[in-house]
Design a protein around this ligand. Structure first.
Ligand code: PDD
Length: 284
């Protein structure tokens, strides 16, 4: 039996019915989070919960539960589903009401839903690296908000998939921003380059962990925009997200990156990252 989150209750998956007039369904009017679970333990749960509340505030959506209540509900959802390795997904919408672009009044409750998904870590990608393609970033100008509106991301990821690539590396004009569902970094001459955390990218929680890892291994971080040409001259490229972790990119549109195999700094970052994961049972 699978269980889902339905507002502040954990319920049987099949018992939920989202209304066709849910504003998330009609407008994408809501926000979401994804937290990685290792051996039953959420990784960086507090950071994800904080970002969930920050995204909600940016779209003026009031979450009717405290962060502690949400944390406990996510715990319960993972336990009820006996989830070992995978992720927990949750979203909140601005509620259900007769369709109108204007916000409903404050009496309309937000709708919180969530579920878990089992999935092994992508060891083969971590080990061998992946291919990526450059795609124009057609998303809106508030990519710092983890919005349910993902059409720009979906179109880019689909294009990448049809080209046999793992990710679409997005660019606005000449400037590389991030990926369709991950952050992107280049490494060259002993420095790590990545786009600054502003409205053009989502400040990934994994990104924040990676920047700490870089500090630990004495890899200076330059948070400055890169051009497409800069990117292609990097000796190593990585992408990161809760599911991609530290994934090396060895080819961009047929251009070999570095020696065409994951580089030394990437390996060091992967090791530093691995050391932070809550891999033992009941580590959280
Ligand atoms: N995506 N940038 C974008 C556009 C993303 O969608 C994501 C995550 C990230 C990385 O964020 P984090 O390290 O917090 O996962 C960056 C999630 C996993 C998704 O949409 O499924």
């Amino acid at each position: 039996m699978a269980y889902s989150l339905w507002n502040d209750q954990i319920v049987e998956e099949g018992s939920i019915a989202v209304s066709p007039e849910d504003r998330g369904y009609q407008f994408g009017d809501g926000i979401y989070e994804v937290i990685k679970v290792y051996n039953g333990n959420m990784f960086t749960a507090q950071e994800h919960i904080d970002r969930f509340y920050a995204s909600a505030e940016k779209i003026r959506l009031v979450i009717p539960y405290t962060k502690d209540v949400l944390h406990k509900l996510l715990h319960e959802l993972i336990e009820k589903n006996n989830l070992e390795t995978g992720h927990v997904y949750f979203q909140i919408t601005r509620g259900t009401t007769s369709r109108n672009h204007i916000f409903p009044d404050a009496s309309v409750p937000a709708v919180l839903t969530g579920n878990v998904k089992t999935g092994e870590r992508s060891y083969e990608n971590f080990e061998k690296g992946v291919k990526a393609t450059l795609v124009e970033d057609i998303r809106w100008l508030r990519c710092d908000i983890k919005s349910l509106n993902l059409l720009g991301a979906i179109m880019a990821k689909q294009e990448a998939s049809e080209k046999g690539c793992y990710e679409a590396i997005l660019h606005r004009g000449d400037i590389v921003t991030e990926c369709s569902s991950a952050n992107v970094y280049g490494i060259k001459d002993g420095k790590l380059y990545t786009h600054p955390a502003n409205n053009f990218i989502l400040n990934g929680i994994t990104r924040q962990v990676i920047l700490k890892c870089a500090e630990e291994i004495n890899l200076p971080v330059i948070e400055e925009p890169m051009t497409k040409a800069d990117l292609l001259t990097m000796s190593e490229i990585i992408v990161s997200s809760v599911s991609s972790e530290v994934t090396p990119v060895i080819d961009v549109d047929g251009n070999k990156i570095g020696a065409g195999v994951p580089g030394e700094w990437t390996r060091k970052l992967q090791q530093a990252f691995e050391a932070k994961l809550p891999l033992s049972i009941n580590a959280e």
